[in-house]
Design a protein. Sequence first.
Length: 55
Amino acid sequence: MSEHIPATDGARPRWRGLVTTVMLILISVMIVRDILIRRWIGTPPSPPDTTQQSH
């Protein structure tokens, strides 16, 4: 009982590879943009969360 599987070269369809590449580029751009914006704004780091004692 042999099943005939259509012969493919094992590669993904071209559009899927293109979509993956575009998504990776967009994510990378968003990460770099976020890092650069944080550096240029120069906001001081937020103070650590500490519990304040009530008087």
